[in-house]
Design a protein around this ligand. Structure first.
Ligand SMILES: Nc1ncnc2c1ncn2[C@@H]1O[C@H](COP(=O)(O)OP(=O)(O)OP(=O)(O)O)[C@@H](O)[C@H]1O
Ligand SMILES: CC(=O)C(=O)O
Length: 612
């Protein structure tokens, strides 16, 4: 066992240059250069795709009329295959997956994985650093699907409180908790996507700051709308006909003007306001399409200023507190004050729930820095962002939000439309694959699936694509790149220096990092430095283990801590070895730092290199 003091490490840190690489990577990601590379290969790929699809669909055509091409066995209804065909298909798929994984291991920057045939390393959730958030809905809200999603690579289960009801969300939360309780080597975080609304003394303040979430009402079935036809939005409740639908916001008619452009579903459909009555807004359909239940409505340039707080918002917040969820994703945050109020409220309820602000409103952009400072992380909510602002701003804002979060040590999630075509198709578009790769390269903690897993036809395939693309992209990222001013966020804090040097040390030696944490703080701090090895974060708090699932590169592991440090270290390293995460003789960088000392004095921090 080698005990290495910080001074030796400071020297070793110079071996691994960290400056400049973020800018270099940002340069590479400029839309025009990246797009041109993608375009150059597009034709060749298209050709391959056509050839492959033709072969596979030809095989399947004897079994089913469907045009669906199986790329993994799970999403294909079992009845269309005989047992033998199913086994063959499974073997083919996993053989191809295995070959891909082998191939990835040859790329620079990919950690030495040890024996991958057994234990936790075989889990997608461990080998990939970028985490996957899955929205749970009708396609995935069963026990079977939650289990399959978790095994396929889901790290965070998101529930959108604008859909479903508390009873259905409760079932999902219970299932995720059941999965966590029985899983020895995997854990899923729970995120509620909600507005923050209060009917207590917090209400008025929040009312001023929170933006609205205006939605159309329920429809018995989707309506097809064509360009040029008339369509009406009304504040009358319960209307859902072929030419008129309710809106959930009573002041809608007052706030909308003739000449305004209404955007539905982040701009998938648009409507020009032609006239108004006391309770209705009459429109001409500009871009038609299929209007489904509970669609988001934005008024270009205006929607963020419509005040709307409902009883339901309050119920959703309480529901999250009662269920001890890990994260709230809060919609339409325009000001840091809202986050402070929500956090104060959570503190008053003694609720340890982290707040992720959804950046989706034009008004939030000038306040980005203060909003993110007040929060625990941000979501680039590209759907509404692209409806409120010109769509071409979205990739630039994504880059800026990620950069801001990274420099401040906050979590960041890239959301919406990531594999949109996989809602109905079994394979993604090449643009979607590139989109995931860009988010990974830009340094997102997590990428999110929305409709793909909530109501899509191929939820498991979507997770697998996200997993594979993230893993492949991560393998090309050179280690040691960190935001130049990350240190500013934690200045004067010793833990910050130890996180930095532990990262440098593990990068230089090519080791994983082992950290022990009761609050999650040190694991999160290490994650922000994006070490190239995995951060094995041991915690004796199940709640913390669950929360850490969101953070890039962190593999959270529950372990009972003994009073004796050596005994706990030995248990932890033994567990890693048994699970195939580290091999006998392999070195790890073991970090003891953070706000709350465990087995050390407040003023003593250390990093050790230990042989397993
Ligand atoms: N719990 C649910 N029950 C029924 N349908 C759901 C549920 N969650 C999501 N969906 C469906 O999946 C779609 C995509 O989910 P998503 O979370 O992106 O919602 P959204 O309303 O489209 O957008 P936003 O994220 O802005 O609220 C929804 O529009 C809805 O049709
Ligand atoms: C996720 C979300 O709310 C959006 O993209 O608008």
């Amino acid at each position: 066992m080698a005990q290495v003091v910080a001074t030796r490490l400071i020297q070793s840190s110079f071996l691994c240059p960290s400056s400049g690489s973020i800018q270099e990577r940002a340069e590479k990601l400029k839309p025009q250069s990246f797009a041109s590379k993608v375009l150059a290969r597009e034709e060749k790929r298209k050709l391959n795709f056509v050839l492959k699809s033709t072969q596979i669909s030809a095989k399947r055509s004897t079994h089913t009329d469907s045009q669906v091409i199986p790329v993994s066995p799970e999403d294909v209804p079992k009845s269309v295959f005989t047992k033998m065909e199913e086994t063959k298909l499974n073997m083919l798929f996993w053989e191809s997956a295995r070959k891909k994984e082998e191939h990835f291991q040859h790329f620079d920057g990919l950690q030495q994985l040890g024996d991958t045939s057994v234990g936790m390393w075989t889990k997608p959730t461990v080998r990939r650093k970028t985490k996957i958030v899955c929205t749970i809905g009708p396609s995935t809200n069963t026990r079977e699907m939650i289990w399959k999603l978790a095994e396929a690579g889901m790290n965070v289960a998101r529930m959108n409180m604008s859909h479903g009801d508390h009873a259905s969300h409760q079932r999902v939360i219970d299932l995720v908790k059941e999965y966590n309780a029985q899983s020895k080597d995997n854990v899923i975080s729970i995120m509620l996507d909600t507005k923050a609304g209060f009917h207590s003394f917090y209400l008025l303040l929040l009312l001023l700051y929170m933006g609205p979430e205006v939605r159309s009402g329920d429809l018995p079935q989707p309506i097809n709308l064509t360009t040029g036809q008339e369509f009406t939005f009304t504040i009358r409740r319960g209307v859902g006909t072929a030419d008129c639908v309710s809106v959930n916001y009573d002041d809608f008619v007052n706030d909308v003007e003739v000449g305004d452009m209404l955007l539905v579903d982040g701009g998938m459909m648009s409507f020009l306001v032609k006239s108004k009555t006391e309770d209705s807004v009459k429109c001409e359909v500009v871009d038609g399409g299929e209007l489904k239940s509970r669609r988001h409505l934005n008024v270009r340039g205006k929607s963020a200023t419509l005040p709307s707080i409902t009883e339901k918002d309050w119920d959703d917040i309480k529901f999250g507190v009662d269920n001890k969820v890990d994260f709230y994703a809060v919609s339409f945050v325009k000001d840091a004050e809202v986050v402070h109020e929500l956090k104060n409220y959570l503190k008053s309820r003694d609720a340890d729930i982290h707040v992720i602000v959804k950046i989706e409103s034009a008004d939030s952009i000038p306040n980005l820095h203060s909003i993110i400072t007040a929060s625990d992380g941000a979501m680039v909510a590209r759907g509404d962002l692209g409806a409120e602002l010109p769509i071409e701003e979205v990739p630039l804002l994504q880059e800026e939000i990620i950069r801001t979060c990274r420099s401040m040590g906050k979590a960041v999630i890239v959301a919406t439309n990531m594999l949109e075509s996989m809602i109905v198709h079994p394979t993604p578009t090449r643009a979607e694959v590139s989109d995931i790769a860009i988010a990974v390269r830009e340094g997102a903690d997590a990428v999110m699936l929305s409709g793909e897993t909530a109501h899509g036809k191929f939820p498991l395939k979507a997770v697998k694509v996200m997993h594979t693309v993230s893993l492949r992209t991560e393998a090309t990222i050179t280690s040691g790149a960190m935001p130049p001013n990350l240190g500013q966020a934690f200045k004067n804090h010793m833990s910050e220096m130890f996180a930095y040097h532990a990262t440098m040390m593990s990068n230089t030696l090519g080791t994983s990092i082992v950290v022990f944490t009761r609050t999650g703080f040190m694991a999160i701090l290490l994650s922000h430095y994006r070490p190239s090895g995995t951060i094995f974060a041991f915690t004796n708090e199940k709640r913390i283990q669950q929360r850490l699932s969101l953070y890039q590169g962190v593999c959270p592991i529950y372990l009972e801590f003994s009073d004796d440090a050596e005994e706990t270290f030995s248990n932890a390293l033994g567990l890693l070895q048994n699970q195939g995460m580290v091999k006998k003789g392999e070195e790890v960088a073991l970090v003891q730092s953070g706000r709350q000392p465990i087995w050390r004095f407040q003023s003593t921090h250390n990093i050790q290199v230990r042989k397993v």
